[in-house]
Design a protein around this ligand. Structure first.
Ligand code: TRH
Length: 366
């Protein structure tokens, strides 16, 4: 993407479920525009979910501009003829099926067509990154662009200035976040973001048995799903409204431990530099376990045996709803060690190329 003419791209997002698709699309769109001055047209099919992340969005509008991003309500059905013609660059987030007419126009307009894939730490990703492929049906040329944890991939999504923003996040700001959400200063704070399949009530009973005063911040829609609103002896469960991306970061940066899930909050917890426990998006044939193990092997590569063991065991406990008192007591006992490790690893990944930067560099070379 040379800097001469204003660069225009389409970023295509189909909301499958939950918030990650649009969460990642919005993050990429903002960074392309803010950090690289690229004109972004975000084509998304579900404006209701999108509005959760972008409250100022009007769900009735076919097209609108928010924070400098052109947002279109897109119909991606096979025979759809409503998508705007593709510009020089088309980024298809998670390789969704596109309308036949749009695919034909990508070919005739000779747009550079890139498929942005899901994040995984599995070894095979290195070999698939930047692999060209020809769509068997349409003959369309596409290039696969993988985020990842090695320099053989596109790297992790991280906007410019994030490190300095985190560095400038003072204790006073942390206190303000905790109090603004209804929490108490000085209490051990956990942010809980999990899939509704978790036996969360069993978990909360186990943590209450630690006899450690803890406040847990839970998204209100998950709080409302709690089968019982118990009065715990040592726990304070605090529901919070859906936060903006920036405020969600601030919550992660203010807590002592973050439970995250999926793809986007997972990496935001990595950037927070605080201990985190990750629940991968649940997939068939236990593929999410494979993804988890691959990530922990990569993340714990340079850590001492004790930390590695604690992280592997606590993730297994969390994913399998075991909630062993012994394991959790041991986990909390090693907080300082886990905090030091989380910060060290976060700072290590900050040194790697960021995903959107790699994407822009790649497009500039083509
Ligand atoms: O919501 P998710 O489970 O999304 C999932 C995953 O992305 C998964 O990989 C994908 O295949 C599936 O969607 C279709 O988890 P994730 O990825 O963390 O996305 C949540 C988004 O919501 C993320 O951008 C953070 C954002 N968020 C807020 O901005 N404010 C909030 O208050 C909360 C709770 C989340």
């Amino acid at each position: 993407m040379n800097n001469k003419s204003p660069i225009v791209c389409h970023l295509i997002c189909k909301v499958i479920d939950f918030f990650g698709d649009i969460g990642i699309a919005w993050r990429i769109a903002k960074q392309l525009n803010v950090d690289f001055n690229i004109e972004v047209h975000l084509l998304v099919d579900d404006l209701i979910t999108t509005q959760r992340l972008i409250p100022s969005l009007k769900t009735s509008l076919k097209k609108q501009v928010i924070d400098g991003i052109n947002i279109y309500h897109g119909d991606f059905s096979e025979d759809s003829k409503s998508l705007p013609p593709p510009p020089a660059f088309v980024f298809n987030l998670f390789n969704i099926d596109l309308p036949n007419l749009y695919k034909a126009l990508i070919q005739s307009e000779k747009s550079k067509y890139i498929v942005i894939e899901y994040l995984s730490a599995e070894a095979w990703v290195d070999n698939f990154h930047l692999k060209p492929s020809i769509d068997p049906k349409s003959g369309l040329n596409k290039t696969f662009f993988y985020p990842g944890f090695t320099n053989q991939t596109g790297g992790l999504i991280r906007e410019k200035g994030l490190f300095l923003r985190r560095k400038g996040f003072s204790q006073a700001k942390r206190n303000k976040v905790i109090q603004s959400l209804g929490g108490e200063l000085g209490l051990y704070s956990i942010s809980l973001f999990y899939y509704p399949t978790q036996k969360i009530e069993v978990f909360l009973d186990a943590i209450d048995r630690m006899e450690k005063p803890i406040q847990l911040f839970v998204p209100k829609y998950l709080f409302d799903l709690l089968k019982q609103k118990k009065n715990y002896q040592f726990l304070y469960i605090i529901p919070y409204p859906f936060l903006s991306h920036e405020d969600f970061d601030n919550l992660l940066w203010s807590c002592n431990l973050n439970f995250v899930r999926g793809e986007d909050s997972w990496i935001r917890a990595l950037w927070a530099g605080k201990p985190f426990i990750w629940q991968p998006y649940i997939q068939e044939n236990n593929i999410h376990y494979i993804k988890l193990k691959a990530f922990l092997r990569c993340y714990c590569e340079s850590c001492d045996q004790e930390v590695s063991e604690i992280l592997f065991k606590i993730h297994d406990d969390w994913l399998n709803n075991k909630f062993s008192d012994v394991l959790w007591r041991n986990f909390f006992k090693h907080q300082p060690l886990l905090e030091a490790f989380a910060l060290k690893q976060s700072n290590k990944y900050f040194k790697e190329a960021s995903f959107v930067e790699s994407l822009v560099d790649y497009c500039s070379e083509t």
